[in-house]
Design a protein around this ligand. Structure first.
Ligand code: 5AD
Ligand code: SF4
Length: 461
């Protein structure tokens, strides 16, 4: 059978990165191999995101590019999957009739039969049926063409929180947790294939296992992942502050492989806005959780998501957010302008904030973010960080790049006698700090030798 090529364009969050890898695994039995060259692809899949309007615009502008290629190569199959597919369904093929296949978030497991259908019958197909969220979906096995040190593992899908601005519960459905045995098996398989670090993914990982009764909640799952031989680091994202239990906080002290970083989206520092967002916690509650985390693990890095310009956000609310950001001293945070999503409760809220005010608030907080992040990064100059080497640096190809336990990117020169390779955990002395990365010099040998000699102990000056 002729080998065919699939090119996948991943838009949006880490969940989509994981889903795209699943697509590669699912299509392997149909003789599809991944390619990074769009012009060589027999099948192009767009894995889309609809969390903000901007993400959706990207989909349509990419489709505009694809139509020109399709005119030259009419046999190329175009599929659109993910959240925009789920949300738009048939409207997508009406607007872009050259699309062959629309597969929503629940149809991922059915991708092979959908592709087969289009190949055999040369007809278009739309599958946005909400059946079968998880079951046939997860296939273990390597998909990586190159060596990889890190991987994502989805542990649950969907979300039950219904924050008033958010489209996720509508396009990804209710929370469904995977069985712990399946997750552990997948991680073991990744480790066998050279992966050193996994990031457990879910919209609200703290809610893991609470509905399905698999007899294992999130802290218990973390413990079992921590026991996997050969795995060296664990991360997870995203945690909802309202469900951040003391047991989970304690895990940062108990579990040696759990990296000292938590992404804890606060969204706003104003109680009034938090209530209208339906977040389920107050400013004070959030600050107390942060204090507990820092007490249990003083070196923990805390990052967040913040939305500016939520309907009804007044100057005083925004000031409360700036104040909270400074009080917590986030290591970093993602900043978003409120983006109106179809059919979510906030779309019907009055007192919308105008674009100009949103823009001003965004710029103000961006400045605060830059200042804070740079200050935090500078504080690491002179320390030695255990860097998990991920590959060549994007900044300069003669440098290697990896991540420190706190999740910061560290670039370092891999000089003549340097032995750093992908997957090593290497002590690197930090010599310079930038706003998005650190620069350092390795102070040990690569190939994991140093790490083993020191029993995996970190060596922070
Ligand atoms: N507008 C702006 N930001 C949003 N987010 C989710 N929905 C919206 C929206 N409608 C942000 C939140 C969330 C992150 C993933 O995206 O901050 O934590
Ligand atoms: Fe959206 Fe809120 Fe669920 Fe996060 S917790 S995915 S912001 S509804």
């Amino acid at each position: 059978m002729k080998e065919k090529r699939v090119h996948i364009v991943t838009m949006g969050c880490q969940m989509n990165v994981y889903d795209s890898e699943q697509m590669v695994r699912l299509l392997a039995p149909l003789n599809y191999r991944p390619t990074s060259h769009l012009d060589k692809a027999d099948l192009v899949l767009l894995n889309t995101c609809s969390i903000r309007e901007k993400a959706e615009h990207k989909v349509y502008s990419f489709l505009g590019r694809l139509v020109r290629i399709k005119r030259l190569r009419p046999d190329m199959i175009i599929g659109v999957g993910g959240c925009v597919a789920q949300q738009e369904g048939y409207r997508l093929v009406e607007r872009a009739p050259y699309i062959d296949m629309v597969f929503g978030t629940f149809a991922l497991g059915r991708l092979p039969s959908l592709v087969q259908y289009v190949e055999d019958r040369k007809k278009r197909i739309v599958d946005i049926s909400p059946r079968g969220a998880l079951e046939p979906l997860y296939i273990n096995g390597p998909v990586f063409e190159a060596e990889r040190a890190t991987a994502f593992v989805t542990i649950m899908q969907g979300c039950d929180n219904f924050c008033t601005y958010c489209v996720v519960p509508y396009v990804r459905g209710r929370e469904v947790s995977r069985k712990p045995g399946e997750i552990l098996e997948e991680i073991r398989c990744l480790v066998e294939n050279g992966v050193s670090e996994v990031t457990l993914l879910g919209q609200n990982v703290n809610g893991y296992g609470q509905k399905n009764g698999h007899g294992c909640d999130f802290p218990a799952l973390l413990e079992r992942v921590n026991d996997i031989a050969g795995l060296r680091r664990i991360r997870f994202t995203t945690s909802h502050p309202k469900d951040l239990s003391d047991r989970l906080i304690d895990a940062f002290c108990r579990l040696d492989k759990l990296a000292p970083h938590i992404h804890l989206p606060v969204q706003s520092g104003s109680d009034r806005v938090l209530r209208r967002m339906h977040r389920g916690y107050s400013r004070d509650f959030y600050l107390k959780k942060v204090a507990k985390l820092s007490k249990v693990r003083p070196d923990i890095a805390i990052t967040s998501d913040i939305i500016v310009g939520f309907p009804g956000e007044e100057a005083v609310d925004f000031e409360a957010t700036v104040d909270l950001v400074r009080q917590v001293g986030f290591d970093s945070f993602f900043l978003f302008k409120y983006s109106e999503r179809p059919n979510v409760p906030a779309a019907r809220f009055s007192n919308k904030v105008g674009d100009a005010v949103k823009g001003e608030r965004f710029s103000t907080l961006l400045e605060v973010q830059k200042e804070l992040t740079l200050k935090k990064n500078k504080a690491l100059v002179g320390t030695t960080q255990e860097v998990l080497v991920e590959g060549r640096s994007k900044k300069s190809p003669d440098q290697m790049a990896g991540r420190a336990p706190c999740n910061r990117i560290v670039n370092f020169a891999n000089g003549a006698d340097a032995t750093a390779c992908v997957g090593d955990i290497l002590p690197v002395r930090i010599v310079e700090a930038f706003s998005h990365s650190l620069l350092g010099n390795p102070v040990g040998k690569g190939r994991g030798e140093y790490y083993q000699e020191n029993g995996g102990m970190s060596n922070v000056a």
